[in-house]
Design a protein around this ligand. Structure first.
Ligand SMILES: O=C(O)C1=C[C@@H](OP(=O)(O)O)[C@@H](O)[C@H](O)C1
Ligand SMILES: C=C(OP(=O)(O)O)C(=O)O
Length: 416
């Protein structure tokens, strides 16, 4: 979308209709990488085509993998089952999955690989993953704990035990697990440090690995053993994106409407599907929402909370400070831009002082997105009930949902 800003006209009744979220970003980027590590031709259908998956596909092409796109939701990946060191750095924008997954996977190249991202990505921590790679004998350096990362691959992932602190990001754990199946012996991936947030993403990784032929078993509450099977090409169907679904669930809840997504909440395997039940309790959201297992849904629920009957405290969300932007700060700042005093940061908690009378008011606010797709998509929801909400930089939704504004338009939401 070329427009520099979009203003949402509040709806005058419940939103009803059909609207499907795009394919899952998390699953598409796992499938792309696993298909690239498999010898043969894989078909990935129902896939997300967005900036994050385009960056992953481009990086794989740079490493000699043939990735084609016969239609708007399919990737065909033809690979010899190995990656060759690219001549140029892999530039991964602000795609956390691509950045973390590839940092571990490029150890399978022979030679030096630079893995880098944009200015936002260069502030997102990757030190624990790089330290884990070093602990198994891989030459790898980061830049003050962040990208760019330089990895000198030896053409294989070392066998043995690798420990990882996934406290800052579960993506480190997923990255190691996926690369580990290409080692020359069994690898044990063991968690150290605190319990990881968003553990459901590790389950998503294990499921995708198994679909591409991996043999991985959980050996304890905090450890997995990955057999050195490599991967087999597969026919892989991606399910719709649960984080994207939260905007549709919330749009329906906030307007008293009903949107048929074509997929029931119970059919999603992604962690953010847990948000469906929380959103369904609106306008009686719980007084405390522990967000560690549905982190990407928190911006959606926080905006919804502004219209709730009672205040909501969000806990367990410290990791939101190291996402595309500091989402705790961004949510508090932008909610307060709509009406001062609406939200506050308390340590790493976010407290939203709800006010059901916000609906129907005119409260002009130009919402800063911090280049974060979820800030843009979630604050658009406020515009369904409040007059005067303008989202700056609406194109940033292209990271995971380029068609977001068209989908709202298709549901009868007026945008100008
Ligand atoms: O593994 C994944 O696909 C993801 C894991 C989560 O990140 P962290 O593991 O960094 O919390 C989530 O926020 C991100 O959007 C996708
Ligand atoms: C945190 C997110 O993305 P990533 O970590 O994959 O950049 C997200 O999509 O909300």
């Amino acid at each position: 979308m070329a427009r520099g800003a979009v203003t949402i006209t509040p709806v005058d009744g419940p939103i009803r209709g059909n609207a499907a979220p795009p394919g899952s970003k998390s699953i598409t980027n796992r499938a792309l990488l696993l298909a690239a590590l498999a010898e043969g031709t894989s078909h990935i259908t129902g896939a997300l085509k967005s900036l994050d998956t385009t960056l992953m596909a481009r990086a794989l092409r740079q490493m000699g993998v043939d990735v084609t796109e016969p239609d708007a939701t399919t990737f065909v990946v033809k690979s010899l089952g190995r990656l060759t060191a690219p001549s140029e750095p892999l530039m991964l924008g602000n795609a956390g999955t691509a950045m973390r997954f590839l940092t571990a996977a490029v150890t399978l190249c022979e030679g030096k690989v630079v893995v880098d991202g944009d200015a936002h990505m260069r502030k997102r921590p990757i030190g624990p993953l790089v330290a884990a790679l070093r602990s198994v004998g891989i030459t790898a350096t980061d830049t003050d704990g962040c990208p760019p990362v330089t990895v000198t691959g030896a053409g294989r992932f070392g066998a043995g035990r690798v420990e990882i602190d996934g406290g800052l990001s579960s993506q480190y754990v997923s990255a190691l697990l996926m690369a580990a199946a290409c080692a020359d012996g069994p690898v044990e991936v063991a968690l150290t440090g605190p319990e990881i947030g968003a553990r459901g993403y590790v389950d998503l990784t294990l499921a995708a690995m198994r679909r591409f032929g991996a043999d991985v078993e959980q050996t304890g509450a905090q450890a997995w053993r990955v057999a050195p099977t490599g991967y087999r090409a597969a026919e892989f169907a991606v399910e719709p994106d649960a984080s994207a679904a939260t905007y549709l669930w919330a749009a329906a809840a906030l307007t008293g409407g009903a949107i048929d997504l074509g997929t029931p909440a119970s059919a999603f395997t992604q962690p953010d599907a847990a948000a469906a039940a929380v959103i369904a309790s609106f306008p009686h959201l719980p007084a405390e929402i522990e967000g560690s297992q549905m982190q990407d849904a928190i911006p959606t629920i926080a905006v919804l909370a502004a219209f709730n009957e009672n205040p909501v405290r969000f806990t367990g969300i410290a990791n939101l400070r190291v996402k595309e932007c500091d989402r705790i700060r961004a949510l508090a700042t932008e909610l307060n831009r709509i009406r001062p005093g609406l939200a506050e940061e308390q340590g790493d908690d976010l407290l939203v002082h709800s006010d059901p009378t916000l609906a129907g008011q005119r409260l002009p606010a130009r919402i800063e997105t911090y280049s974060d797709h979820r800030i843009a998509m979630s604050f658009a929801l406020a515009g369904l009930r409040i007059e005067g909400i303008t989202i700056l930089d609406p194109a940033c939704t292209g990271k995971t949902w380029p068609e977001y504004w068209q989908v709202l338009d298709g549901l009868g939401v007026r945008l100008s």
